[in-house]
Structures are given as C-alpha cells and as structure tokens.
Write a protein that binds this ligand. Sequence first.
Ligand code: CUA
Length: 307
Amino acid sequence: MSPGVTGFSGRIVENVFLYIAAIAVFLLILITFLMVYFVIRYRRNRNPKPEDIEGNLWLEITWTIVPTILVMTMFYYGYTGFSTLKKIPEGAMKVRVIARQWSWLFEYENGIKANELKVPAGKPINLLLTSQDVIHSFYMPAFKIKQDAVPGMVNHLWFKPTEVGTYDVLCAEYCGLQHSYMLTKVAVVPEEEFNQWYQKGTEEMAIAKKKPRGSQLFQEKGCRACHSIDGTPLVGPTVKGLFGKTVTVITDGKERQVVADETYLRRSLLEPNADVVKGFPPIMPSQKGLITDEELEEIIRYMKELK
Ligand code: CUA
C-alpha cells in the first residue's frame, strides 16, 4: 500500500484505484504513441492523395470487445469492494459518532465519551453517525472512508484498523465558520491496551454516573473548541475568571456592561446571541434542547470555580 494508507478499507479502495489507474496509464501511453506514429506515418508529403478505407470487421470487433471487458472488470472490482465496505460484519464494536458545530463526540457502549476516537487494532468497528445541527461529513483519509453525518438520522460506516498508529479524522462538509476545527484523531492501539482503557472507562463511568462533572461536560458538549479555560481568547472569550467579572456586551446592537452572574451565564448558554461579548463574532450555537437542566447547573458550577 502507499504510505499513509491503512486498514482493511484502505487496502480495498487502494487496490481498485491502482487497477483503474494502471489501465488508464496504459491506454494513455498506447493512444499517445499511436497518435504520434500516425501523424508521422500518414503525413501529407508521404500520402499526397488520401485514399478511402473500407471497414475492418476484425479490428472493429476487437476494439469493441477488449474495452468492454476492461470496463466490466473495473466495475466488478469497484462493485465488490463497495459491497464489502457497505456490509457491516457481525460483532463489530459499536461507537456512536455525534457531529456538531464544531467538534466530534465519540460515545462508546459503556458510556465513555471522548473527542478523539480510540479503537483496537484488528477489530471491526461500526460507527453510527449523526449530527446535532447541520450536515457534517466524517472523513478518515488514511482508511479511505467517508460518510455524511445528518441531523435526524443515523448513518453507518465500518472499518477495520490493521496497523497501530494515529490517523486524522476530518469533517469533509463545509459546516460553518469553524469547519476546519473539526480535525481530530483516531488512535489505533493494540487490543490489550484498548481493553484496559475500556475497562477503566467502564469503572469510571459507574462512578461518574452518580454525579456528572462540569469539566467533563464542558469538554463533551464541545465548549472547549471555542472557549479556553486558561485565559487565552479563542473564537470565543475565555471562561477563566469570568464569573463575577463585568463584561461589555452588545445587546440589540447597543453596547452595555453586565456582571457575569449565574443569570448571565445561563442566558449565554441558552440564548448565546442575545448578549454577544464585544469583540467576538455572534456564532455560538444555542444549547437549548441539547443540554439537561442538571448539566447546565454543573457547567455553571464549573465555570464559577475557574478563577
Ligand atoms: Cu463539520 Cu465541516
């Protein structure tokens, strides 16, 4: 395989691609050679009087049948490869993939949630893709697979990693200003390492289930993509030391000063574009309907603690 290509799907797509490319290159050379040869061989000063040529049955049959067979073999390889990539093997590990502006969330069956995908080498993985807002597209170039994540429906995609390593995951559908932020990683780790991590996650989830933690929610809900917790302004203002501070906001086009109290934080999460902090674009997606009251409380409590 070419460098950078990996996995079962990568191999299938790569083989079909190389097969078609090889035929295309062969035909390019053949046609170019014949063209140059005919131009020289049948130039005017060698054949001042053009002659009529009657058809040649054998030649015509040959150049009909040979390309037909070639095209049919391309179709055969393409179609069988496509069917294999569409048929999810039984027992594949399920991971829910939730796309939103502008990050990915990977949810495992034991409840682990992460912004990066981690999978065991050698095992088939079934991704269940959906979106919380607009259409995104889940794209893993090294594995040569891509599938849209559409709000209101679940699309399936499966792959089998073969080599341990870290590969890119991108969004391949322009989904708004920070579309390029939707770059993350898939880490393919040895099965044993994965099982340990998964087991540990199962235990942690059992504890966390009793009490959702604000910092975890802040990460999972995608807040971290635009709001830093260390004071650095990103796409949005930092949340460090925000609670209790006086901020300048634009409300209905007018500038005003507000104290960042609980009411302000709550409003910012549910109606982010009501008061927009001066100097930042009004692009934050509302969390209304995407967040429970309990989660809202936790996030606000977390922000209060970020002194
Ligand atoms: Cu999500 Cu582009």
